[in-house]
Design a protein around this ligand. Structure first.
Ligand code: HEC
Ligand code: HEC
Length: 172
C-alpha cells in the first residue's frame, strides 16, 4: 500500500468514528441502560415492611378507630382497631400462610376482592370459627381452656396444608 492510500484509509476510519458519535451510535448503550433500569424497577420485589409502614402513615391518628370506619370493605373485622387489622394481615395471614400481601390483594387497592384468595380467606375464617365455637367446644376432657385452631394451626407457613409429616417417607 502506498503512503497516500494508508492516509486515505486512516482518514476514512476517523471520519466514520466522528459520524458515528454525531449520529448517536453512542445513544445505543444509553438506551440499553435505560431499558435495564426500567425493567429493574418493574421487577423490584414487593416490600411488605415498606407497604405496612406506608399504611400506618395513611391511618395515622386513626389507629384505634374501628376498622370499618378507617377502611372501605370490612366484613369480618368490624370493631377491630385499624392498626390491629394490619398486624393481623402481617402475622395472622401473610406469615401463617408463608406469603405476602399480594397473594390475596391487588397491591394498593386493598379493599378490592378481585383475587379469589381474599374471599377464600374470609371463608377460612368462618370455618375456623365453626371449628372453635361449634365443634372443639363440645369435645369433652380436652386440656384447654384455650383449645382453638387458627390459620397457623393448619397452614404452618404454606398455602396448602400438609397431609403428611415431612419425614414420613413411604415404607419400602
Ligand atoms: C390470606 C389472605 C390475605 C393476606 C395474605 C393479606 N390480606 Fe389483607 N385482607 C384480607 C381479607 C379477607 C380482608 C377483608 C377483611 C374483612 O372483611 O373484614 C383484608 C383486608 C385488608 C385491608 C382493608 C382494606 C379495605 O379498605 O377494606 C387492608 C388495608 C389490608 N387487608 C392490608 C393487607 C396488607 C398490608 C397485607 C400484607 C401485610 C395483607 N393485607 C395480607 C386477606 C388478606
Ligand atoms: C382446619 C385447617 C385450616 C384452617 C384452620 C385454615 N385453613 Fe386455609 N386452607 C386449608 C386447606 C385444607 C386448604 C386447601 C388447600 C388446597 O387444597 O389448595 C386451605 C386453603 C387456603 C387458601 C387458598 C390458598 C391458595 O393459595 O390457593 C387460603 C387463602 C387460606 N386457606 C387462608 C386461610 C386463612 C386466612 C385462615 C385463618 C383464618 C385459614 N386458611 C385457616 C385448611 C385450613
Amino acid at each position: 500500500m502506498t503512503q497516500r492510500k494508508i492516509q486515505i484509509r486512516v482518514a476514512s476510519i476517523l471520519l466514520f468514528a466522528i459520524v458515528a458519535v454525531l449520529t448517536g451510535l453512542n445513544e445505543i448503550p444509553r438506551s440499553i441502560a435505560q431499558n435495564n433500569a426500567s425493567s429493574v424497577q418493574q421487577e423490584k420485589p414487593f416490600d411488605q415492611a415498606q407497604k405496612l409502614a406506608d399504611l400506618m402513615k395513611q391511618i395515622a391518628g386513626k389507629e384505634n378507630q374501628p376498622a370499618e370506619q378507617v377502611f372501605k370493605n370490612i366484613e369480618m373485622f368490624k370493631g377491630v382497631p385499624a392498626a390491629r387489622l394490619l398486624r393481623i394481615m402481617e402475622l395472622g395471614y401473610s406469615r401463617s400462610l408463608g406469603v405476602n400481601c399480594a397473594h390475596c390483594h391487588v397491591v394498593d387497592q386493598w379493599d378490592k376482592d378481585d383475587k379469589p384468595t381474599k374471599p377464600i380467606a374470609r371463608e377460612m375464617a368462618k370455618m375456623a370459627q365453626t371449628i372453635n365455637n361449634d365443634l372443639l367446644k363440645n369435645i369433652k376432657n380436652l386440656k384447654g381452656p384455650n383449645s382453638i385452631v387458627n390459620c397457623t394451626t393448619c397452614h404452618r407457613g404454606q398455602t396448602k396444608p400438609a397431609l403428611n409429616l415431612p419425614d414420613a417417607a413411604p415404607k419400602q
